[in-house]
Design a binder for this molecule. Structure first.
Ligand SMILES: *[C@@H]1O[C@H](CO)[C@@H](O)[C@H](O)[C@H]1NC(C)=O
Ligand SMILES: *[C@@H]1O[C@H](CO)[C@@H](O)[C@H](O)[C@H]1NC(C)=O
Length: 437
């Protein structure tokens, strides 16, 4: 029996998890019996049978895979159902150094110490289990080679701070099947995200290169206190970059489901897993994930889906970037002066539509936006303190009216502690009934 440890990420297949909902035969598989016990009573109607059939990847074919990076085991079952519903293929479960082991050379994972929850199915490529990591340079090329020899795994680590030229196929780390760029999800300076970093790694890795997409980044601890530029519709633009590069990509990882400490979470905030001292992850980011649905389909199929339900997505920070907090022991985060005070919005129009954005008493009309995704924004100033209101009209008829009102989110001139996280909202025509909101 071989047993060793590394900072690992388990890659778990979502279609097979979901299958347990519909397919009785899976109840009899020892891998899924415990899962199906938990899932069987659920009403979820999404059908992932077809995706499950091609869970084994033929490298270099046209199949694309989207992963979701996920921390912790708590609530993972309900999380996985929400994540699978948007077409994400697998979850990359970040388990840290101590929480896992490889057994018998066969990757028999203990996905949870609570045996009641069972063992999830594992993401495989040509039958080889995918092994990912965050870091792992200290294993050395021989350590990684030994992992692959013992497991037959398909290696897709992210290793930072190394000489990346060593990832070239004729160099000592060149045997990696893939390598993904964690930091490529965000601009690493005062500019909007571009693909210069992707191109750098693609030159080294060719079609072994994998990459990431995210919506936001802000962290505010004594030991790390910085903001990365989410301005400029980062999430929409990053997905568009990935879709434009899709011929050269096989894997895209959404980062993350629940890293509250770095504000890059796409999931809800109410499951109580935030690191001590996290004061800023008070905003639900699920509208960001909702918006990913459209792009995940486009990345995987090469075609943007038809927009049938008019939807306005909108997001902003809760206080002006330049103010001093009243009661924060830490200084402003690095990068605070890169961001502008703006309500960002992406309007998904099923046909020509007109939209109004308003924050406090600052507002702007956008007349006759065409079919498609329209990126619009409202610059904020000192008259913008107050609630957020958005509306849509077509041919003079109101399609959407939504406001946070007096009790919901407000843009405020002061703050006790800094918060450069994004508040996110969305409103869709199919949910709107004139006269109430
Ligand atoms: C799911 O899709 C498969 C393959 O298209 C089909 O055979 C099956 O009937 C579907 N199941 C449900 C519950 O819709
Ligand atoms: C704030 O912005 C609005 C909309 O652009 C503008 O009409 C108003 O004059 C601005 N107020 C100040 C104080 O700059």
């Amino acid at each position: 029996m071989h047993s060793f440890f590394l900072p690992a990420i388990l890659v778990l297949v979502l279609p097979l998890l979901s299958l347990a909902i519909h397919e009785d035969s899976f109840k009899h598989s020892h891998h899924h019996s415990a899962l199906s016990k938990h899932l069987h009573h659920r009403d979820d109607t999404f059908n992932t049978t077809e995706r499950a059939k091609d869970a084994d990847l033929q490298k270099r074919d046209d199949t694309k895979y989207v992963f979701m990076h996920h921390y912790t085991y708590d609530s993972w079952m309900t999380d996985f159902i929400q994540i699978a519903a948007k077409g994400v293929d697998a979850v990359a479960l970040n388990v840290g150094r101590d929480d896992w082991q490889l057994k018998d050379g066969g990757l028999d994972y203990y996905a949870n110490r609570d045996s009641e929850r069972g063992k999830p199915s594992y993401f495989r490529i040509d039958g080889r289990p995918m092994i990912s990591s965050y870091s792992g340079f200290d294993l050395g090329a021989t350590g990684w080679q030994s992992i692959r020899d013992q497991t037959g795994g398909y290696l897709m680590p992210f290793i930072y701070g190394m000489d990346y030229q060593r990832l070239r196929s004729n160099s000592d780390f060149g045997f990696f099947d893939s390598w993904y760029c964690w930091g490529c999800a965000w601009p690493q300076g005062n500019y909007y995200k571009n693909i210069e970093d992707d191109k750098y790694y693609m030159d080294i890795l060719g079609d072994r290169y994998a990459t990431t997409v995210s919506a936001w980044f802000y962290t505010h601890y004594t030991y790390k206190n910085f903001y990365l530029l989410g301005d400029g519709w980062l999430l929409n633009n990053r997905w568009e970059e990935l879709i434009a590069m899709r011929d050269q990509l096989t894997f895209a990882e959404i980062v993350t489901w629940n890293d509250y400490g770095e504000s890059d979470y796409f999931g809800p905030t109410d499951n109580g897993e935030q690191p001590d001292g996290t004061t800023w992850a008070v905003f639900d980011h699920t509208p960001f994930f909702e918006m990913c649905d459209y792009y995940i389909t486009a990345f995987k199929t090469g075609t943007y889906p038809l927009i049938t339900d008019d939807t306005i997505y909108f997001w902003m920070r809760p206080h002006p970037a330049g103010i001093d907090a009243n009661n924060d022991p830490l200084p402003k985060p690095t990068g605070w002066d890169w961001t502008s005070d703006t309500l960002w919005s992406a309007v998904f129009c099923s046909s020509t539509c007109s939209v109004t954005l308003q924050v406090g008493s600052v507002w702007k009309n956008f007349e006759d936006l065409p079919y498609g995704v329209n990126k619009i924004r409202l610059e904020l100033n000192e008259t913008a303190y107050g609630p957020v209101t958005v509306s849509m009209r077509k041919d003079g008829q109101e399609m959407i009216y939504y406001t946070t009102g007096d009790d919901g989110f407000q843009y405020r001139p002061t703050t006790e502690q800094y918060n450069y996280n994004a508040w996110v909202g969305f409103a869709r025509a199919s949910d709107y009934s004139p006269g109430w909101y």
